[in-house]
Ligand binder design. Sequence first.
Ligand SMILES: [Zn+2]
Length: 295
Amino acid sequence: MNKTYKHYIKNFLGLILLLVKIFIPYRKRQILSIYFHNPSPIVFERVIRYLTKKGYKFTPLNQFEEVIRTKKLDQKIAVITIDDGFRNNLNLLDIIKKYNVYTTIFVTTSAIEEGNFWFEFVGDKGQSKETITREKIRLKKLDENSFAIEINNLKAKTHLFRTALTEQELIELTTNPLIAIESHTVTHPSMPYISENAQRKELLNSKIILEKLTNKEVNYFAYPMGDYTERLKILAKESGYRLCFSCETIPIELNKLDVFSIPRRCVNDDAGYYEALSKVYGIWDYVKNKISKSE
Ligand SMILES: [Zn+2]
């Protein structure tokens, strides 16, 4: 299907879902936990402007941690996080300032050092999106040694321009009172597929590298691709993290929240307005999960 055509279809679907949502009981006090990767300023601003209009208060993670601890919430809050550490995130700074958006960037440290993320090396221009996705899934299921061999081969034959923040840019970001830098591992593996020794290294070394770079404590962690296990939650705690974020799209309920797998809803980089909003409210994934369960 043509890309633009697909974009319009998905956006129209988003609109339908939002209209359906009107018939679902609306809870006034609620927490929205939303994350982006490499959004265009247009996609980012339309979500932020909407949440601002709806009265959500953008809340930094240290305040969110306090809300979780006290279980006290007297207004609607939105927790905004951005995964990976793309250089294009710098284009969002004006919007972040304009709407006073406390934002956490979960950074993959090897990409900062080397310039790119492993998944950018996968696939050729001629391949379909589905083929590339299948290949990424195959790679992420390898153990750390096989994974490193395959990715190093891909890196050796592909030249990419830097897409990740540089160390200097990262350091400058830490002077912005609205931005926090937290951990998203060293190499962005799917953590359940690597050995426990490698898991510990990913958790600890990323923390050490970022704390040294930013001169600030790193207390929060986002699982790459949202993949985690019960054992990983324990290792994350042992590594000194206080909150860990997954990619589950269920609503956040303070009385039964697991701080080592806090749900987040993803707004994809190319989302249209209505598609983005139906994802923010969780209705998109709710319907998608229902459909895939019935198949
Ligand atoms: Zn990621």
